[in-house]
Ligand binder design. Structure first.
Ligand code: SF4
Length: 373
């Protein structure tokens, strides 16, 4: 099974981010305590107690300190068995990655770091309101490698408005030169409840141009594949099959337990959504309750989710699984929609598996929703 822990704190709010976090760290100890209590209360959410992967996401989990890790890992070990080859990932911001912090991660067997770099271009870092500099980003990757954490992924953002594509070209060159075995790159999207969303409404920034974003997606795929990366999911590129095992479990519809405010859990037939509010989260856990809502997934939901997430990755969606999940409804209702997508070059079938074509990857959500039950 897979465990996700949401650490809901950041030093400052990035202008594009709509994840759940607080910039006040006052309640950190309380939240860590509540997270540990939730682990205890949710220990039987799934039958399996063997952890294949643990993922510290957020927020900024690299803000956690030694006492926090000690408490969290002790609680996990009390209720679960962490497999010897488990992948333990932690999302980190460059400004947190000192030698001491990296050694602390090693002490707790955190063996994969996901470093939020986003861009190496200082004006872009400022407009995104990132807290770190480009120099810090490069330094922390080298430091991690020197200390012996080799399983590194860096996050980039593309389609940041600019006069031309040269800045992104330089970002890609710098990212490749860092010699990590994984890179994730996300197209900038402007969410309504963010600073960018507000600026868009006020006319201070423009909607991102589709052609500009498509051009940068092409640059991304071409540069990274040319340098030995495999695009194994729309936004994820790995060398030597160093895939994110945790994220792969989402795309393959495996069960997981999500702990912390705003975290989700999935047990094949339902999803559980924790409250995205730190104070409410702590309050209810202090009363021995998990503050969450449960959504029972209908057959249609299960099929649609499988299509939406499965199509994103190179493992695609197995036709027999879709038909079995839908009691053959998919075949009866959507055969012509499927044929159309194949004819128009967005989808292909290989070994009974539905896969996006290159063109399909540009419109993945639309292609998937056209196949929904
Ligand atoms: S550090 Fe990450 S989680 Fe925090 S505001 Fe920035 S993008 Fe969002």
């Amino acid at each position: 099974m897979h465990l996700y822990l949401h650490i809901p704190f950041c030093r400052q709010a990035c202008h594009y981010c709509d994840f759940h976090f607080s910039t006040s760290l006052k309640a950190k100890s309380e939240i860590v305590q509540a997270i540990c209590h939730e682990i205890f209360l949710q220990k039987d959410y799934l039958q399996d107690k063997n952890l294949e992967t643990i993922y510290f996401g957020g927020g900024t989990p690299s803000l956690l300190e030694e006492a926090d890790f000690a408490q969290i890992f002790e609680t996990i070990a009390n209720h679960f068995n962490i497999k010897p080859n488990a992948e333990i990932t932690l999302e980190a911001n460059p400004d947190d990655l000192t030698k001491q912090k990296l050694q602390l991660f090693k002490k707790y067997n955190i063996n994969r770091l996901s470093i939020g770099i986003q861009s190496f271009h200082e004006p872009h870092l400022k407009s995104l309101n990132r807290i770190h500099t480009s120099q810090e980003a490069e330094r922390c990757v080298k430091l991690s490698q020197d200390i012996g954490i080799q399983n590194l992924t860096i996050d980039l953002i593309y389609a940041i408005p600019a006069e031309n594509h040269l800045i992104f070209e330089l970002d890609l060159q710098k990212a490749i030169a860092l010699n990590t075995n994984h890179i994730s790159a996300y197209c900038l999207t402007i969410e309504p409840k963010t600073v960018f969303g507000k600026w868009l409404k006020q006319g201070k920034i423009q909607v991102i141009d589709d052609d500009f974003a498509t051009k940068q997606f092409d640059m991304l795929v071409n540069h990274l594949t040319h340098h030995g990366f495999e695009q194994y999911e729309i936004c994820s590129f790995a060398k030597n099959e160093r895939y994110s095992r945790h994220n792969k479990s989402y795309w393959q519809q495996e069960e997981y337990l999500g702990i912390g405010p705003s975290a989700h859990s999935f047990n094949l037939v339902s999803r559980q959504y924790n409250v995205p509010n730190n104070a409410k989260y702590v309050k209810e856990l202090n009363q021995n309750m998990v503050p969450s809502e449960v959504e029972i997934l209908s057959i249609e939901d299960q099929v649609n989710e499988y299509i939406l997430t499965g199509l994103r990755s190179k493992w695609g969606c197995n036709i027999h699984k879709i038909n079995a999940l839908s009691n053959q409804l998919f075949q009866q209702q959507n055969a012509s929609a499927l044929e159309k997508q194949i004819r128009e070059g967005f989808l292909m079938i290989e070994n009974d598996t539905l896969l996006l074509t290159y063109q399909g990857k540009l419109f993945a959500d639309r292609v998937a929703s056209d196949l929904f039950l």
